[in-house]
Design a protein around this ligand. Sequence first.
Ligand code: AMP
Ligand code: GLY
Length: 433
Amino acid sequence: MGVNVRQPAPKLLVVGGGGREHAICWRLRQDRPHAEIFCAPGNAGTADVARTLDIGAADIDDLVSWARSERPDLVVVGPEDPLIGGLVDELQAIGVPAFGPTGRAAAIEGSKAYSSALVTRLGVPAPDHATFDNVDDALAYVEDEPDGVVVKADGPALGKGVIVCDTPEEADAAVRRMMVEGAFGASGARVVVQELLQGPELSVLALSDGTTFRTIGVARDYKRIGDGDRGPNTGGVGSYTPVPDASAELVARVEREIIAPVLAGMRAEGRPYVGLLYAGLILTAEGPKVIEFNCRMGDPETQVVLPVLQGDFVDLIDAAGSGRLDRTSTCPPTQAAVAVVLTSEGYPGPSASGHPIDGLDAVDSGLVFHAGTERRDGAVRTAGGRVLAAVGLGDDLGEARDEAYALAASIRFRGAGYRSDIAADALGMAVAS
Ligand code: AMP
Ligand code: GLY
């Protein structure tokens, strides 16, 4: 992307304001202590390591104007919306280096119909699926699926456009919610119906320069709000790395059967994927199958992957952006990390905000990555459903978990909640089911 990023004090912009972006800013600061780092729109935590810009992550025009006048050496785009909306294309058009896929390549997340067709064409292991534009066809299909299905809105829906259905009746209701009631707006006018797979989930994060890729993280995240995977889906309320049931052989199989063919297939169709490709997998009895791709780092996977990533992250993303990943090498992390996400009362439904957060000044071990926080009236306050992640580090998952939970217990705000079983499965602990 440019020699400037390799200088000791590059000018960097991180787009986004969640826990993932706080972790990215923190890591950029670790790797480039003298860098000038900006974050748009950031949160109360990013303000400790970066300068806050009052520009929303989806305000593509304002971000491009800022970049046109400020000429950053690199823009790192965190969330999917600006990527799908073509922010990277626009920045490249004005000669500003940006890390992330182009809008066409980001369709791997932006359109589930596109990604489903891609994996089918390439023979990549994935659940059986069908795509529908017509509600009657969709209803007729799910009626004949007694073993359960997953109904997914084609377009982006803030991580909420996925309904897991155990019975044909639930699937019928899910199709109607999306296609008749329009619960996800235009994103649900077309739906993908997938076979309901059984098995543990795994997130694999691979950096790609379009031709070469490097896996930089393997993590497990927790989507359901309640212990034992009960309750509604969320944006992700915990994560850990490494994942003991993801052996080096299994990761190599994922790279060989899923990541490599998808990147080669996209290159062959004239949409090379440059950026971070996130493969969401289920480890079935028949082997790993991909249930979704994301065009960006995961949240809260990033909060555990970046603290333990070996090497220089800035160099790695620079190499990915400039077609030089083949000249880099990566080593597996030597440390473990566990993230416990503290949420506001009510999340993932409407949740309270504005409560002061205590305990942040007394953190002496572990890391706190803010998500829904803001500084107002002299205090750091809650400002969203996912408030922050308490991240513990250690030589093994047990140590990391103990640190994460000690940290989570030391941070207090009204209505705070968190799961008590993050990483318990990896340690062979009993988990409520
Ligand atoms: P997604 O947004 O596609 O990752 O889906 C959200 C969650 O729904 C996933 O993390 C899984 O827990 C679940 N899910 C999605 N697709 C499937 C599938 N085909 N089989 C089983 N569970 C799924
Ligand atoms: N943790 C899942 C996601 O970022 O989509």
